[in-house]
Design a binder for this molecule. Sequence first.
Ligand code: ACO
Length: 343
Amino acid sequence: MPNATISGTGSFVPDQVVTNDDLVSIYGIETTDEWIQKRTGIKERRFAPEGMENSDMGLQASLRALDMAGLKATDLDMLIYATLSPKHSFPGDGVYLQNKLGLCDGGDATFAPAMDIRNQCSGFLYGLGTATAMVQSGACKHVLLVGSELHSAALELSTSGRSVATLFGDGAGAIIISATEEDKGIRHWHLGADGRGADVLRQRVWDTSKRPFITLDENGNGIIPREELYCNMDGRQVFKNAVQRMCFAVLRVCQEQGIQGEDVDLWLFHQANMRINQYVAKQLGIPEHKLLHNIDRYGNTTAATIPLLMDEAVRSGQLKPGMKIACVAFGSGFTWGASLIDW
Ligand code: ACO
């Protein structure tokens, strides 16, 4: 069985920086920089310009990852796209990216399969588990995994939406998972879900159990109430479950792999909330210098947080060959995951 290793990483964030103060001055949200920083660690985030598609960000991140891996898009056997903010209800963004990578035209057309993953903040780690299994089974040699979010289009940027809107930002990360005979790569992963938490963090938009599935006006146009249109979250429930599940997932992968927490050189946690991550790190005895974060600059980019963090760590030289890293995420569903990787 080949090992599955990460042969390239890439990321992309839009140019527009939106500080906490901008949320007040531009969008009129009644909040303060102090309130947001104290509770979440977020100082600023990026917002995509109108016209930019989720898969445009995914494309830029993918091209950078391909370049690092020394591969062409036509070398890819499969694409996996994790997002909770796709351009449309369907199809998913995977096929938009596949077409933009030039895999459907001319002599280069490979028509590589494109799969979409709907696991919110854990989407990247669900994708990593899937890609690893595809590579280790021999079915694929190179898999592109993208986590990309364009949240800003669907945030309620007003005081009534402030408990959610102040948390999220736009961005994309991509990695290539490749087969290797070398003794390295993704060693172990664990994924979990607890559907009892499905309504704690959600964005419903419509309900297909209802007739009609969206309330219609007299002209047949849909009317979506605010609480269905935007993300709805019980923040305290999320916080409580996140720390429990993240600790559990880390302990489980370490135990199953026969390693101790001290053996891990760098920890890449999902960037939902600095306080969640500090709490988990304290519970697990992880020293501060081993815990990477960029939530202060990007906010919560959901499926993109871990690959963004990974790409920054690789390009800054912080993440070096031979290091052992651990990735952990928790999110809507509830869903969670953890992975151990020898870089
Ligand atoms: N600025 C100012 N005041 C605010 C803001 C804001 N941005 N957001 C909420 N408030 C107000 C509320 O209106 C409320 O006012 P009230 O008492 O007059 O009604 C008060 O602050 C307390 O609101 P809570 O929601 O109870 O605030 P809490 O202390 O729980 O903090 C937070 C909210 C930061 C979201 C917290 O619950 C948390 O950290 N939860 C974790 C959830 C999380 O990080 N989710 C990210 C996405 S999920 C994921 O990726 C895993």
